[in-house]
Design a protein around this ligand. Structure first.
Ligand SMILES: [Fe+2]
Length: 192
């Protein structure tokens, strides 16, 4: 079990799951929740609202518009917005965004973000859909479409996130991640 306290990680080994309890004393309460039962809200006519609409839990801060941490999911849902670019737009954010894909495909990076994969976009780092997601969203007919077989999560926090040396040296690190946006700087004509 690993616990983060005052910026440092502490680890201890226990012979059972910390969730295997019938009661819990203290400030932390383990809770098991099926994220597939969360009902998202979204755009019913046009536009792409800020992903904070998908917040499942939040630890608010004293600053309006920021949170110490939001836990957000992107579950199966209907896409119905007209005259809109439906995936997340290209943006920078004062909040740091740590994402992961639990299963299925993520619409903003359908081939470049596999289940078990994680991404970190620290505060004010520009990001957005990859080239193939852009091409699809920019050209497809905007009929109502149900996103199925997908569940992604995001921890969004006003604090910059630092990598551990372990994470920074993993063999699965994707050093060419930035290439997923190659081609977006050219004028898109449907055949880049
Ligand atoms: Fe983002």
């Amino acid at each position: 079990m690993t616990v983060k306290w005052c910026g440092n990680f502490y680890e201890c080994e226990i012979g059972h799951s910390p969730l295997d309890v019938i009661g819990w004393h203290g400030n932390y309460a383990p809770y098991k929740y099926d994220l597939r039962t969360f009902s998202p809200v979204g755009a019913l006519l046009f536009d792409h609202p800020d992903p904070s609409i998908f917040t499942v839990m939040t630890a608010p801060s004293g600053e309006d518009g920021t949170a110490n941490v939001d836990f957000v999911i992107f579950p199966e849902r209907w896409l119905v917005a007209e005259h809109s670019f439906r995936p997340p737009w290209y943006h920078m954010n004062i909040m740091s965004e740590f994402m992961g894909l639990i299963y299925g495909r993520y619409d903003a990076k359908p081939d470049g973000f596999v289940p078990g994969g994680m991404s970190l976009h620290n505060c004010m780092l520009p990001h957005g859909p990859d080239l193939s997601a852009y091409q699809k969203a920019a050209t497809e007919e905007l009929k109502p479409r149900r996103l199925t077989d997908t569940l992604a999560f995001m921890f969004e926090t006003r604090f910059p996130q630092q990598l551990t040396s372990y994470a920074a040296s993993l063999a699965t690190l994707q050093p060419d991640y930035g290439k997923c946006w190659d081609g977006l700087d050219r004028k898109f004509n449907g055949k880049p």
